[in-house]
Design a protein around this ligand. Structure first.
Ligand code: UGA
Length: 469
């Protein structure tokens, strides 16, 4: 069903929305992107992407220039023009709470409801607590009835599974498409929109609202659990010895387990995994299921303890180098550094490699690396931060850290190197060369990506998360 080739709008031009809009244009649709932030709309209209994402700037420019992709701040324009409206606005953690803040999704649905002048389908893509789509369907109907508007406007829910750094690929060739629908018409229209993926054999899962909402949070909670699971074993191997990488490889050979997302290190961060597991717990408690997702609180704690561990390891490595005894920093979880931490770190020059929450991104939201950088700085360390993409965003958040614009500048004169984001530039470092730049040959690998042997051969003390020091 539906019109010949539906016209598509995308509400919210942040990470998800901008990617979705450009990819819909790439799939051949005429697309209108909307954001309430005029600065964003001006930049996008000039074909400029306000964040880093490989491959996306090219796609944006191509379709802005062809005229297939346009941007606006006007709900009136969008409501009169498009047949399918995707909502890709943020659902951040409420300040001081664990629950998700739904005001942007609510505002998008209300604004669309008031301005749509023809039959249309609204498709939510944002990550939301279960029950939200049903509530929004009612809100939509009420708003239209109150305003006395005609036309059939339906709601569907279509969660997004894209990863930062691979957003274009994940959107154009998704692993699966999940749609929560309440009518055959909505499903048919979405099939039409995603026809290209379907001809390529992408699994199509049409289900109800609740399932569609839950699939998204279940996927992220499972991924977070995998990471915390291997990091919990890191706490064991750090104590008794053993090799966490070999352990992950060995269990990963069992296809029921799988090797991916078992990389031990500084843990997960970003705009999704941490907030999604917290929002899920909050929602499930609201439903009266207090114990159901309690294990996720444990996953969250294990994850955050990795950051404490990096600080502790820095103190151990430095004190061991100074006087032959690996001293513990004591309690590193507190925002106030312990006296032992300050004593050892004060004045130490740290080359901090990586501040983004993962490579191929400039995103520093909830970044383990940036958190550690700030803690070392608070303890008096002289921190030289270098990230191939993340310095500007990090400097906005923590302006007092030292930022340098090359790897070499970070390394020159360093007392300790700490790698916290596994960019290729860091993986490829030559130990001999690095050894000539630094003052002290001390290295902490916070992502388990540097083979110990070549660094040890070059005279380095090599310490890593998941390994006994
Ligand atoms: C995550 C999910 O992977 C996407 O499927 C989902 O669509 C997205 O959230 C979202 O909800 O929007 P993303 O936040 O881009 O994607 O990042 P991931 O690639 O999942 O990495 C998350 C964090 O886990 C990073 O900090 C990474 O360094 C860490 N990680 C990942 C590990 O510590 N170990 C691993 O083995 C894998």
């Amino acid at each position: 069903g539906g019109p010949e080739r539906p016209r598509v709008s995308v509400i919210g031009t942040g990470y998800l929305g901008a990617t979705h809009a450009a990819c819909m244009a790439e799939l051949g649709f005429e697309v209108l992107g909307l954001d309430i932030d005029p600065a964003k709309i001006e930049a996008l209209t000039r074909g400029e992407l306000p964040f880093h994402e490989p491959g996306l700037p090219e796609l944006l420019l191509k379709h802005v220039q062809s005229g297939r992709l346009r941007f606006t701040t006007s709900y009136e324009e969008v409501g009169a023009w498009a047949d399918v409206h995707f909502i890709g606005v943020g659902t951040p953690q409420k300040p001081g709470e664990t629950a998700a803040d739904l005001r942007f999704v609510d505002a998008a649905v209300t604004s669309l409801a008031e301005h749509i002048t023809q039959d249309a389908l609204i498709v939510g893509k944002s990550t939301v607590p279960v029950g939200t789509a049903a509530r929004l369907r009612d809100l939509l109907a009420e708003t239209r009835a109150t305003a006395g508007l005609d036309g059939t406007v339906e709601l569907a829910w279509n969660p997004e599974f894209l990863r930062e750094g691979y957003a274009v690929k994940d959107t154009l060739t998704p692993d699966r498409l999940v749609v929560g629908v309440e009518s055959a018409h909505a499903e048919a229209l979405l099939r039409q929109v995603y026809a290209k993926s379907l001809t390529e054999g992408t699994p199509w899962i049409a289900t109800d609202f609740a399932t569609a909402e839950l699939v998204k949070v279940a996927a992220n909670a499972f991924l977070a659990t995998k990471i915390s699971f291997i990091n919990a074993f890191s706490e064991i191997t750090e104590t008794v010895g053993g090799d966490i990488g070999t352990l992950a490889d060995a269990i990963g050979h069992d296809p029921r387990i799988g090797r991916r997302f078992l990389n031990a290190g500084a843990g997960f961060g970003g705009g999704c995994l941490p907030k999604d597991i917290r929002a899920l717990q909050a929602r499930v408690s609201e439903l009266g299921l207090d114990r159901t997702m309690r294990f996720l609180a444990e996953m969250d704690d294990i994850n955050l303890r990795r950051r404490d561990r990096v600080v502790d390891l820095a103190v151990q490595v430095l004190s061991h180098h100074r006087d032959g005894i690996a001293r513990s920093a004591g309690d590193t979880a507190s925002p106030v550094p312990s006296p032992a931490t300050v004593e050892v770190l004060n004045g130490t020059k740290v080359a901090l490699l990586g501040v983004t929450f993962k490579p191929h991104s400039d995103d520093v939201r909830d970044s383990p690396a940036l958190d550690v950088a700030n803690r070392l700085f608070t303890a008096g360390a002289d921190v030289a931060v270098y990230d191939p993409q993340g310095n500007a965003n990090a400097a906005r958040r923590f302006p007092r850290l030292g930022y340098v614009d090359s790897l070499e500048k970070a390394l020159v004169g360093a007392d300790l190197i700490i790698l916290l984001t596994e960019w290729d530039e860091f993986r490829q470092m030559d130990p001999e060369y690095v050894g000539r730049l630094v003052d002290q040959k001390l290295l902490i690998d916070g992502r388990n990506v540097l083979a110990p042997r070549p660094w040890q051969d070059a005279g380095f003390t090599h310490a890593a998360l998941g390994h006994r020091f």
